[in-house]
Each structure stands twice: as structure tokens, then as C-alpha cells.
Ligand binder design. Structure first.
Ligand code: PLP
Length: 393
């Protein structure tokens, strides 16, 4: 039997537990140790042990995580960062230069749009916003010769829009997919033709709301518009920019990944039951979930995702104030930002996660509530939503 830490033929759940995680050669520890260290003894000048020199460049705990996520996404190499946005920033610096143009989704995480609009625009990057669910709209937004990246988020945050990864990869030179909402378990963008994948590891990858982190995975043989190897460019920029994940954070994300498969199945089971409840509640005017047959891109989601995920958004009668009150008056659903942890979270995107895009093309409906469906007992989750909706809508 080949070494489980490098065997690409193992199933997803086996690779999540073993890829990049051979038992420690010194002690046999079955979990990669937290190498809380900045530098490494050299055996004579330049005599590195295992290539380790300085922990910004490489650290064994981070290496374990990077090898694991590369395996889970079916990629060439993985890179771990201090946050999802740090990973996106490094990736974009590797791919684009002043004067280049990018296409940004019209429904995306507010912080992603802020990064394009407030960080990259002042550095001379132009962008157009396109409805990412509409391949023709993206094609129309591409400026021949100038567009170097089409940024794809699917499902989108917070409206659960779905982009057709394979179709967009066909029209884009560099198609970068933010796979945060689906997770590596439900969706494999590289196999669908995407060039790079990013994650906020803070969410499903970490899975326990105890770490902030980012992941980038590249595919072999992809070149930047300047003809350089994308994997080499990301590796260079990870070290040169320095926004790396620390050893303890890497260890937490790695531990989270081990249970990703079972957590995602339960998130999906619970989300489906919550969606059914919401659809039957008279105070709810619209439910956004890619698993619903009337979702505008349900067919695309069914083709490219194995299940439809744990994120659900819905709109309520009574507008902004009622939506905000519902969020504040649940007990088991914790009012808070972020998503993808074991515990159920509820939030009001218009006033919270997406407040930074108010007044832009990315503004979200003010009566929208976003749920990150946890893995608690689903009857408890539904009972708590019911008591708030019955009283307030
Ligand atoms: N992408 C998506 C879809 C997100 O939801 C988030 C954060 O909420 C990010 C990227 C940014 O990740 P981080 O908060 O880890 O920097």
C-alpha cells in the first residue's frame, strides 16, 4: 500500500485525515506537531534539514496543511495565509500588474469587493462588475488583452448565486474561484477548469470558529498573462509579501479539515430541513438556496456541487427593522459575522457583513437574513427560528 500521506488515489475523507500528515518521523506522533519556531539549525552554511530555513518561507506544520489542501482540491500546490483576504491579496499580486483589468462578481463577499475597489484600484487596477451567474454578461465585461482575471465566487455571499465554473473558465484567461461557501468537499473548481482556488479557511475548512486563515491552491501548467508559472509566482509572493499562516493557526485548520466530510454532510442535512421550514412560514417572502428547484441556476449547482451546502438566506415581511430584530431574538442561533463553524450563526448582511458595499452595485436587500446552518439538532434550530419569526413577522 503506498504511503497514505501522499496517495492521491485515496477517497476525500481519507486524504483529509492523511494527506501531508505522515506520522512524525522522530516520535511517531499521529498528528503533525505544532512547530512553533521561527528559524532552524543549519548543518553548515546552507545545509538545511528538509528545506526549512525560516518560518515565513516554510514551516512544517504549515507544509502539512498546504499539502493537505492541495490534495483535497486536486491541485498542484497549496498555500496557507493569515486570512482569506491575505491569500486573495497575494494571489492577485502574483497575477496582475497596474494597467490590468479584472471582472468582479456583482454579488460577492463585501470584503472582496472592498479589496478590489479600495486597495487595487488605487494601485492602477481597473475592474468591471458583472452578474457572475450570467456567462454572457461576464463575456461582455471582458476587455480583450486587458482582462487578466475573472473572479468567481460560487455560491455567492450572501445571496447564494451560482456561477457556472466550467463555462466561465472557458471565457476567462485566469479564472479564480472562491470556494469558501461550498468547501472542497462539495465542489472541485480545478477539475471544472478553474485556474486557481481560494478559501477563507476561517469558514468550513477550519470549521470551529476558532481561527482566521486563508488558502490558495494552484493547478500545474497554468501561466500568468506574462507567461510566468502561476504556482511559482504565488510561492514567490507568499514569501515576498509574507502574509503567511502561523503554525498554531495552520494546525487548527488542519484539524478542522479532518472532519470536513462529515461536517458538510450534516450541514447540508440541516440546511435542507431549515429551508423547508422557512418556505412554509408566512413571515418569509423569499428563500435563497441553490438546492431549490426554482433557484435561477439550480441546474448548474446540481452539476458542479455534490450537495448544496449549509448557507441559506431569506427575506422577511416587514423590511429592514424586522429582519434586524429576528437576528437579535434567536437564542440558539448566535448573532454574529462569519460562517461555516459547527454552531449556527445568524446575521443581517445589510447592516453587518455587507455594510461596506452599501450604495454600490453590490448592495444587498435590507430585509435579508443570512444563516450559517450549524450541526446542532435540527429540531432545536427550527424551533428557535420559529419562535422569533412567529413573534416578529
Ligand atoms: N471569501 C468569502 C466568500 C468570505 O465569506 C470571506 C469572509 O467572510 C472571505 C473571502 C474573506 O476571508 P477572511 O475573513 O478569512 O479574510
Amino acid at each position: 500500500m503506498p504511503d497514505a500521506s501522499t496517495n492521491p488515489d485515496l477517497g476525500f475523507a481519507s486524504r483529509a485525515i492523511h494527506a501531508g500528515q505522515a506520522p512524525d518521523p522522530t516520535t511517531g506522533a499521529v498528528v503533525p506537531p505544532i512547530y512553533q519556531v521561527s528559524t532552524y539549525k543549519q548543518d553548515g552554511v546552507g545545509g538545511l534539514r528538509g528545506g526549512y530555513e525560516y518560518s515565513r518561507s516554510a514551516n512544517p506544520t504549515r507544509t502539512a496543511l498546504e499539502e493537505c489542501i492541495a490534495s483535497l482540491e486536486g491541485g498542484d500546490r497549496g498555500f496557507a495565509f493569515a486570512s482569506g483576504l491575505a491569500g486573495q491579496d497575494t494571489l492577485l499580486r502574483a497575477l496582475i500588474r497596474p494597467g490590468d483589468h479584472v471582472v468582479v462578481p456583482s454579488d460577492a463577499y463585501g470584503g472582496t469587493y472592498r479589496q478590489f475597489n479600495k486597495v487595487f484600484v488605487p494601485w492602477g487596477i481597473e475592474h468591471d462588475i458583472a452578474a457572475i451567474a450570467d456567462v454572457d454578461a461576464v463575456r461582455a465585461a471582458i476587455r480583450p488583452g486587458l482582462t487578466k482575471v475573472v473572479w468567481i465566487e460560487t455560491p455567492t455571499n450572501p445571496l447564494l448565486g451560482i456561477a457556472d465554473i466550467a463555462a466561465l473558465a472557458d471565457v476567462a484567461h485566469e479564472a479564480g474561484v472562491d470556494n469558501t461557501f461550498a468547501s472542497s468537499y462539495l465542489q472541485q473548481p480545478l477539475a471544472l477548469g478553474a485556474d486557481v482556488v481560494t478559501h477563507s479557511a476561517t469558514k468550513y475548512a477550519g470549521g470551529h470558529s476558532d481561527v482566521v486563515g486563508g488558502l490558495v491552491v494552484t493547478r500545474a501548467g497554468v501561466e500568468t498573462a506574462r507567461g510566468e508559472d502561476v504556482t511559482e509566482q504565488v510561492a514567490f509572493h507568499q514569501n515576498a509579501v509574507g502574509g503567511v499562516a502561523g503554525p498554531f493557526d495552520s494546525w487548527l485548520v488542519l484539524r478542522g479539515l479532518k472532519t470536513l466530510a462529515v461536517r458538510m454532510e450534516r450541514h447540508c442535512d440541516n440546511a435542507e430541513a431549515v429551508v423547508e421550514f422557512l418556505q412554509g412560514h408566512p413571515g418569509v417572502t423569499k428563500v435563497h438556496y441553490p438546492g431549490l428547484a426554482d433557484h435561477p441556476n439550480h441546474d448548474v449547482a446540481a452539476r458542479q456541487m455534490t450537495r448544496f451546502g449549509g448557507m441559506v438566506s431569506f427575506q422577511v415581511k416587514g423590511g429592514d427593522d424586522v429582519a434586524a430584530k429576528v437576528c437579535a431574538e434567536t437564542e440558539l442561533w448566535t448573532l454574529g459575522e462569519s460562517l461555516g463553524g459547527v454552531e449556527a450563526l445568524i446575521e443581517h448582511p445589510g447592516r453587518m457583513t455587507h455594510a461596506s458595499v452599501a450604495g454600490t452595485a453590490l448592495e444587498v436587500p435590507s430585509d435579508l437574513i443570512r444563516l450559517s446552518v450549524g450541526i446542532e439538532d435540527v429540531d432545536d434550530l427550527i424551533a428557535d427560528l420559529k419562535q422569533a419569526l412567529d413573534r416578529l413577522t
